[in-house]
Each structure stands twice: as C-alpha cells, then as structure tokens.
Design a protein around this ligand. Structure first.
Ligand code: ZN
Ligand code: ZN
Length: 290
C-alpha cells in the first residue's frame, strides 16, 4: 500500500513538471513566434504572424527586361521596397552607373535607402554596390554569411554596417530573409509578410525557385501572394517548365513576376498559365500593394 502511494506521488510530480514545461514552451513560442532551425514553431496562431503592410510598393530599378522607355536595361537585377518599416534595396544590379542613372530618372533618392539586401555574390547582383555606397554610406547591408572575407572586410573597413545572414533572419517589421539556401552558390531571398500573404523576392534563384518558395511557406505558414525576381529558368525545356508550373500551382502561388534570368520561354509559359495574375516586370515597373 505504501509503495503504491509513493509511486502515485512520483507520477503526480512528473505530471506537474511536464505541465510546467508545456506552459513554458507555449510562452516561448509566443515570444519568438519564429522558426528555430528552419522549422516553424508556432503552428496555431495565424493572427500572430499576419501583420498588415499598407501602401507597400516595389519598384524595379535594374533588369535586363525593358518596361519604361528612357531607362537603361542591363543584365542583372535590383528593386526598391518602400512602405515597409525600412526602405530596402534588394540587390544592386551589375553596374553602379546604370543603377544610379535609373534611380535618378525614377526620382529615387539613394540617401533614403536604409537597408541593402544582397541575394548572392554574382556580379550582376552586387556590381552596383560600390557606386551606391558613394551616395549613401549609412545603409546596413544584409549579406549571406558565406560571402568571401575580402568582400566583407572591405565593407567593414569602409565603416559600412553589415549583417551576415545564415539562417532565417528578421530584417525589419514584417520583412525577413529566408537565410542562406543552396549549396554551391548560396543565396538568400526576401520575404515580406503582408495581411494578404507572402511576397517573395528572389535574385537569381540558384537554389531552385520551387525550393525557395517551399522554404518560405515552411518558415511563414501563410499563402503565397506574389513571387518576383529571377527564377533561373533560361535554357530549360518545355516539359521541365511545365513541371515547375505545376509546383507553383501546388504551392498555391497567386501572382508571379518572373524577370531577370527567368528566360523568355518561361516568361511566356508563366503568362499563359497565370493570365491576369502574371505581372510583366521590367525596368521602371512599380508594383503597388494596398
Ligand atoms: Zn547568379
Ligand atoms: Zn543574376
């Protein structure tokens, strides 16, 4: 009888400890609300994630596709995100002179940029940085941690603030980096979380566009409102592209804007598949979200 009582009290203590742990765990989820090691910790509360981003707009400053006459096209990609807590330049194109000239024609003041996010090390995405920094040294640069030391040290010695991104990272309110993805060429993509879903911006999509979207939906459990940028699909055959389109459908991507290194055939096929939800993007295009 005595033994039974002892066993029962041990069991009760154990249960109490487990309950306390569970409560603590829930509190941690709500405090951070974000992924640890690439896994979403908060599975329940959508409300917790879904903050509205009002009057958000994205302007394409640099692309090899034309859109507005009088702006220069060149191989590479760059776009400006306004309406979020910070003004963010995503990539800098290949040539700083073209970048700054397009900015001027679009009425964009480089001095108003708070943050520069560099997707990956290729020259058509980081080439314009030096000239931009001549105009504005007060930016904080978010770059993949795997960037060469020479690149990072050069910035640091010039007094530029840098943040080395490895895993999923919050950049400012509602804006996140997917973290470095891929193996050979590591790349980060930008996530803006709006009350209508995820906006995903990619540089060259070297890790694979479908993999990047999948990762974004794992990190932020919400619908994919819009995917824009280089999809890296040039030279890919029709049947493989068809497979990729099916993946986009499976992932329930609502709007698409493939540009830069997406390739003409892919752009045509996306247009056919998405109709009005295909957004033709080139230099000077402004996409508004309300
Ligand atoms: Zn690249
Ligand atoms: Zn590229």
């Amino acid at each position: 009888m005595k033994m039974k009582k002892k066993k029962l009290s041990i069991l009760l203590v154990l249960m109490l400890v487990m309950t306390i742990f569970t409560i603590l765990e829930i509190n941690i989820f709500h405090e951070n609300g974000w992924a640890k090691g690439g896994q979403v910790m908060n599975n329940g509360s959508e409300k917790f994630f879904a903050a509205a981003v009002k009057n958000l707009n994205i302007t394409v400053i640099y692309d090899n596709n034309p859109y507005i006459e009088g702006l220069s096209t060149a191989w590479g990609f760059s776009c400006l995100i306004r309406g979020t807590e910070k003004t963010i330049l995503f990539d800098t194109g290949g040539n700083g002179t073209i970048l700054l000239a397009n900015m001027e024609r679009l009425g964009i003041d480089p001095g108003k940029i708070d943050i520069v996010v560099l997707s990956h090390i290729h020259g058509d995405h980081v080439g314009g940085l030096e000239k931009l920094l001549e105009k504005n040294k007060n930016v904080t640069i978010y770059l993949p941690g795997s960037f060469p030391n020479r690149f990072k040290d050069g910035l640091k010695s010039a007094g530029i603030k840098i943040t080395e991104v490895q895993g999923f990272t919050k950049i400012c309110e509602d804006v996140y980096s997917t973290g470095e993805l891929g193996t050979w060429i590591k790349e980060q993509s930008l996530i803006i979380h709006t009350d209508k879903g995820i906006i995903l911006i990619t540089g060259c999509s070297h890790p694979g566009i479908v993999k990047i979207i999948t990762k974004a939906t794992e990190l932020i459990r919400d619908d994919v409102l819009f995917v824009m940028g280089g999809f890296h699909l040039a030279g890919i055959g029709k049947s493989e592209l068809g497979e990729i389109l099916r993946s986009f459908r499976k992932l329930k991507v609502k709007h698409v804007a493939p540009c830069h290194c997406s390739g003409d055939l892919a752009r045509q096929m996306f247009k056919k598949e998405f109709h009005n939800n295909y957004i033709n993007v080139g230099v000077g295009r402004v996409i508004q979200f309300k």
